[in-house]
Design a binder for this molecule. Structure first.
Ligand code: KG4
Ligand code: ZN
Length: 460
């Protein structure tokens, strides 16, 4: 089945075409045939965050060029023989104008595109309907409705967070040929992948610009919220702290770079920041106090030297990492999870990836000691919760060496750590197409006219 994925929930305009077959947990495989993605980060930089109406306008401008890239890369961009305003096209034009009444710039670009190009070989459209910025989501939805009408295609209403979950479970088969960017070049090589084999239950940590959530999955596509942030999301905190340090938006990668510099140069600790809700008996998070603590500290300084910025970045990254991972591991132990799935833009963070790996290995190492306490002095979970946890130091080492690289589903024997390649951690259309595929398989299609943007859409 060929799915056209459309993502416009925030500041990335993305369209892709994938081909997928098989079912979850069985024989599923997919290929990315074409992938167009336009980041608006530069446009939003002056605002220090995403400005919804600017995002809406940029999506309107970028969707057709991204569609064109996705189809061209797929070899599915073909000219129409019968161009011009034929009877049927002029009728279609009228309906398109209606659907895109609020997106005039999109209509201006889509109408000539549809007039000139033939219907591509596609079976369904998957479009993000939430959560996200509603003005931005509507552009993608109306684009999907227009294409659905023009090409007579069913639509799947995709949940953005489910996209992050599903793509984090994937394994890319030719990862050694991926080098940071998807570059098809002249050689027509499609990126292929499948879903990592693992057993439920799984604990999922979703960390993005708008969300910080711990979720328990006992089955495919079934979600139980364990906890979520009570205020700022992890990515939001990274972005706001970056701004305080004079770093551009999005701030996560910049903080990460400074923090790494501080670690490599062994800079002393210049500030001690709180670890919010670390010890509290809840899976909820809170990052706004941490952000305020950084603000207070920076306000007390006469100048922020480059060295001090690095020290602050490191302490901040350490604080976020400790809280996120402590709660994730607590959930692994409580629910006897066989897998930890980590997704969302912040999961691209190198330090968080390295610490997840290290601390999950330590949990697994509880098992061989069988004395209730592992060599690191950590309390072991009770036996019934330990059944899944065994250690394989070989695969652990293998994981470590590939860590800065990409994904990996590395077996920490039974409790696997599932992360996707870093360029798929942040928003993209492939994750939407993948999530959409599993609903399309079950014929869970939406009626185009009843589609609505849902800024706060939940997974359960
Ligand atoms: O999932 P995503 O692309 O968009 C949302 O759905 O929100 O996540 C974007 C967030 C931004 O806050 C960005 O600063 C953060 O992910 N991010 C990072 C890193 N790369 C992106 N945060 C920390 N370290 C990174 N390397
Ligand atoms: Zn996202």
């Amino acid at each position: 089945m060929r799915i056209l994925g459309i993502e416009t929930s925030c500041d990335e305009t993305a369209v892709c075409l994938i081909e997928a077959e098989g079912n979850l947990g069985a024989d599923f495989t997919f290929r990315i045939l074409g992938n167009g993605i336009a980041s608006q980060a530069v446009a939003h930089a002056d605002y220090g965050g995403v400005f919804p109406n600017l995002a809406k306008r940029e999506h309107g401008r970028n969707l057709v060029p991204m569609l064109e890239i996705a189809l061209r890369e797929s070899g599915a961009l073909n000219l129409r023989h019968e161009k011009g305003l034929t009877m049927s096209f002029s009728r279609l034009r009228k309906s398109l104008k209606n659907i895109l009444a609020r997106e005039p710039e999109l209509f201006e670009r889509l109408e000539p595109f549809l007039n000139e190009h033939a219907r591509p070989d596609v079976d369904a459209i998957a479009v993000t309907v939430g959560p996200g910025l509603e003005p931005a989501l509507w552009v993608g939805i109306n684009f999907a409705r227009a294409l659905s009408l023009a090409w007579n295609l069913p639509i799947v209403a995709a949940n953005h967070m489910e996209g992050h979950v599903v793509i984090s479970m994937t394994e890319f088969l030719d990862s050694h040929n991926l080098s940071g960017r998807i570059d098809y070049g002249n050689e027509k090589r499609y990126i292929e992948g499948n879903i990592v084999k693992f057993e439920f239950p799984a604990v999922t940590l979703l960390i993005s610009g708008g969300h910080t959530e711990l979720i328990l999955m006992k089955e495919w596509m079934q979600y139980e919220y364990l906890g979520r942030t009570r205020d700022d999301a992890a990515g939001e905190a990274f972005d706001k702290v970056a701004r305080m340090l004079g770093l551009p938006y999005p701030g996560g990668p910049h903080i990460s770079r400074l923090a790494e510099d501080s670690r490599q140069n062994n800079l002393p600790r210049a500030v001690t920041l709180p670890r919010p809700m670390l010890k509290e008996d809840t899976y909820d998070f809170s990052f706004s106090g941490l952000k305020t603590a950084v603000l207070r500290f920076t306000e007390q300084q006469q100048t922020l030297s480059e060295e001090l910025k690095k020290q602050i970045a490191r302490e901040f990254e350490d604080a976020v990492t400790e809280v996120l991972i402590a709660k994730t591991i607590r959930a692994v132990e409580e629910f006897g999870a066989n897998a930890v799935v980590v997704g969302g833009g912040v999961s691209a963070n190198k330090h968080i990836r390295a610490e997840l790996h290290r601390q999950l290995s330590a949990v697994n190492q509880c098992i061989p000691t069988l004395q209730g306490v592992n060599p690191a002095g950590r309390e072991c979970p009770p036996a019934h919760k330990r059944r899944a946890l065994l250690v394989s130091s070989f695969s652990a080492r293998k994981y470590e060496s590939s860590l800065s690289y990409f994904s990996r589903s590395t077996s920490l024997v039974n409790c696997k750590l599932l992360l996707c390649p870093t360029e798929f951690s942040t928003d993209n259309a492939v994750m939407i197409a993948l999530a959409g595929y599993f609903h399309a398989l079950k014929k869970e299609f939406a009626k185009p006219d009843t589609l609505r943007a849902s800024g706060d859409l939940l997974l359960a």
